[in-house]
Design a binder for this molecule. Structure first.
Ligand code: ADP
Ligand code: MG
Length: 242
């Protein structure tokens, strides 16, 4: 059984020298979790923080596409050392799966997450950003169980569909006693948005709203261009204010 799994002790050790661990999550897919996680890692690195980025969306890994990472492979040395890409220590299942899809069932996902956390040597980091798959299913529950100090950053859009799911997630996090770094509204299109008010009863910090950025697609795959977008500029202001 799991109590006997030696990897669980190793995981504690792997995060010993990581100061803050932030899981970027949100109930829905396509709301900008990966973009936020990747850009946040770039911004923190630019600010001089030792930063790691872990893409934990095994079925839909995206950070390597957003950051334009290809042709790098982690080094093995009593574990796996994530390669540094533009100063960000980056770990993703794509190193091992390449361009192949990774069809995993529930239990296998949990096992792959445990394996990934156990083998990766982050060493000393100020921030580890984790790009989560959508929802509060097994992967989120695994991360909460395996990484005791994890904080969640919840992304939502103004759509009532996304909001309804964000509220549920915040409720789950509250029930589990998981700290919430804040909620971020993304892809805002209208002058008026009710996200802040809608979530006020959840008693979590509202970090701000990022507008839908028409020029964003062109900057994907190029971190320097990505940092020049309105999206990144706004996210940087939000990070600085926090
Ligand atoms: P998720 O990880 O939540 O599934 P992604 O980060 O992959 O979402 O974003 C989905 C798509 O939306 C991507 O093509 C991304 O570039 C785009 N996107 C995200 N946020 C914005 C924004 N503020 N403006 C324009 N496009 C955005
Ligand atoms: Mg994603």
């Amino acid at each position: 059984g799991e109590v006997m799994d030696p990897r669980l002790n190793i995981i504690d050790k792997r995060f010993e020298n990581v100061q803050r661990i932030i899981a970027v999550s949100g109930g829905k897919g396509g709301i900008g979790k990966s973009l936020t996680a990747s850009t946040l890692a770039l911004i923190l690195t630019k600010q001089g923080f030792r930063t790691g980025l872990l893409d934990l969306d095994f079925c839909g890994p995206s950070d390597h596409v957003i950051l334009g990472i290809e042709g790098v492979f982690p080094e093995e040395d009593k574990g796996i050392i994530p390669p540094e890409v533009l100063g960000v220590r980056f770990m993703s299942i794509t190193y091992f799966a390449g361009y192949n899809p990774v069809p995993l069932r529930g239990g296998e996902v949990s096992n792959a997450i445990i394996e990934m956390l156990a083998i990766t040597r982050w060493n000393e980091l100020d921030f580890l950003i984790i790009d989560m798959p959508p929802g509060t299913g097994d992967p989120a529950l695994d991360i909460i169980r395996l990484i005791k100090r994890v904080e969640f950053l919840v992304v939502t859009t103004q759509s009532r569909v996304a909001l309804a799911v964000a509220k549920k997630e915040l409720q789950v996090l509250k029930e589990l006693g998981v700290p919430v770094a804040g909620v971020l509204e993304n892809m805002r299109r209208k002058e008026h948005s009710t996200v802040k008010e809608e979530l006020s009863s959840c008693k979590v910090p509202f970090l701000g709203s990022i507008l839908f950025d028409d020029n964003l697609e062109d900057a994907l795959g190029d971190p320097r261009e990505l940092l020049k977008t309105d999206f990144a500029a706004k996210l940087e202001r939000i990070v600085k204010a926090d």
